[in-house]
Ligand binder design. Structure first.
Ligand code: DAH
Length: 340
């Protein structure tokens, strides 16, 4: 019996050593330790041995079983470790390889101008207000003193959602929301999308963007208005830029003005961009019509206000030298990626 178990251990040891897969080890396990395996067969032979020998031989057999079992387990562990090692080596990441550049998105030129101008006003103490694209006739026209028969209120010029609701034609509607929500002193800036029933061409689009500012405070005058616009024009187009105010008419301001800046292309000498005049139209502005302030409970003996509205596309076109408005909406990546 001892010889047989020694033989089994010897054979099993060499077979286990040679085994290269878990499947082979499984088969070795069955061959020696399985139900009909060699060790089990010897166990069955025990009953033919003498009673005195049985405990000793039983112990030898158990030892043999344990030895083979241990050898098998050790080898399985070894194979698994090797397998893991191989897997880790195969998946190794070389952290020193330079990364491929990740393409970052960039802001649309209108967004760039929007941020630039908002920043300009925020740095001067203005608070940012958000309006909505969909407005009622009241906020877009009525409360801004735009008379019922004004062409801007015509279905030809404005997108009506229903009789009372429109896509806002200008950001001026935000002035009214601000006046409803705040008491003077007021200094607000607001930008956003605006809509008009225009045909698309190189200078018109049914969808565009505006910026609005409203200031209401004591001792506010036309001089303050002119001062901030001049500062804005120099900020946008350089220190040499000059401005001029032309009398104009807006129902929500009195007096009203349109502001020109010296041509961004020729500096005022006259060129094709400014049609030889040396001036480029920049924005509309004026002193807030006292009727609007009074409608919101503001004492016009004490307070006055000024407001400005400008088109962001126009500013972007002048600043970047873009001649066709449609470029902004065609989403040609080659056009857009220039504005990094
Ligand atoms: N809302 C006017 C427009 O869309 C622009 C404008 C003019 C805004 C004068 C103002 C202003 O705040 O004072 O044409």
């Amino acid at each position: 019996m001892e010889n047989k178990t020694n033989q089994i251990i010897q054979n099993a040891t060499s077979e286990i050593e040679k085994a290269k897969t878990k499947q082979e080890l499984f088969e070795i396990n069955t061959h020696y330790l399985g139900k009909n395996g060699q060790v089990s067969l010897l166990m069955q032979e025990l009953k033919n041995c003498s009673k005195e020998d049985r405990p000793r031989l039983g112990a030898i057999l158990n030892e043999c079983r344990e030895k083979v079992d241990t050898l098998l387990k050790e080898k399985i562990k070894k194979l698994e470790d090797e397998e893991l090692e191989q897997k880790l080596n195969a998946e190794k990441v070389d952290v020193t390889i330079p990364v491929k550049p990740i393409p970052f998105g960039i802001n649309h030129p209108i967004t760039i101008i929007q941020n630039l101008l908002t920043d300009f006003f925020v740095k001067r103490g203005f608070t940012v207000k958000f309006g909505t694209d969909i407005e009622t006739d009241y906020y877009c026209f009525e409360a801004l003193n735009v008379p019922k028969n004004h062409p801007a209120r015509d279905a030809q010029d404005t997108f009506y959602i229903n009789e009372e609701t429109v896509l806002r034609t200008h950001t001026s509607a935000t002035q009214i929301h601000t006046l409803e929500q705040q008491k003077p002193p007021i200094k607000m800036v607001s930008t956003g999308s605006t809509y008009r029933a225009d045909e698309i061409d190189s200078t018109h689009s049914p969808f565009f963007h505006q910026l609005e500012i409203l200031v209401v405070d004591e001792k506010v005058s036309m001089t303050d208005l002119k001062g901030i616009i001049e500062e804005l024009a120099k900020f946008l187009f350089g220190d040499k830029t000059q401005i001029r105010l032309r009398p104009s008419y807006f129902p929500f301001t009195e007096p009203s003005a349109e502001v020109d800046a010296t041509c961004t292309q020729c500096g005022g000498k006259g060129c094709s961009l400014c049609k030889g005049t040396g001036w480029i139209e920049l924005l509309g502005c004026g002193m807030v019509n006292p009727k609007i302030l009074e409608n919101h409970g503001i004492d016009t003996n004490k307070y006055a206000g000024y407001a400005v509205g400008l088109g962001l596309e126009r500013i972007a076109m002048l600043r970047y030298g873009i001649s066709d408005l449609r470029e902004f909406y065609e989403n040609d990546v080659n056009f857009l990626k220039q504005f990094k």
